[in-house]
Design a protein around this ligand. Structure first.
Ligand code: TYD
Length: 141
């Protein structure tokens, strides 16, 4: 099975009450990894495409906790899938070794990113041709 098949949307428990919303994302149970890093992307200008990389090691969950964005995921072998993130209780799981582009950010978009590793620039593949080559060579395991 290719890693693209592992990409999936996840719904998180909503524990809101008359006071408002409360949504829980728990490492290792609600999502398939322990969370090592949290970052968020906001104030994104129109027509910007973020991401544009694959990760050799890191798995991610992306959640638009406010506003909306789109995610295009590619496998380096000609297959791709598009997802819309527009609900604070819904996220996308991205396994390692998929190429991702985030785009169409709304003005109020706050994209929360949960990662399975600490940041390591060396595990990022930022050139799509190189990504395709690594996938083709099959040495990405
Ligand atoms: P970048 O990978 O371009 O963000 P995106 O995934 O949205 O395309 O990251 C922008 C800069 O921030 C780059 O210099 C790397 C740095 N950075 C960190 O130092 N730690 C992190 O956890 C992340 C995601 C980025």
């Amino acid at each position: 099975m290719h890693n693209l098949n592992l990409v999936k949307m996840l719904d998180f428990p909503q524990l809101g009450d008359e006071r408002g919303e409360l949504i829980v994302v728990e490492g290792g149970t609600g999502i398939p990894f322990e969370i090592k890093r949290v970052f968020y992307i906001c104030g994104t200008k129109k027509n910007v495409i973020r991401g544009q990389h694959a990760n050799m090691k890191t798995e991610f969950i992306l959640i638009n906790v406010a506003g909306s964005s789109k995610v295009r995921v590619r496998d380096g072998s000609g297959n791709e899938a598009l997802f819309v993130l527009n609900q604070p209780n819904t996220g996308i799981y991205l396994p390692r070794m998929v190429w991702k582009d985030m785009y169409d950010f709304s003005d109020d978009s706050v994209l929360l990113c949960l990662a399975s590793t600490h940041y390591d620039a060396n595990e990022y593949i930022r050139d799509y041709d190189e990504f395709m080559q690594i996938v083709r060579d099959g040495n990405n395991i």
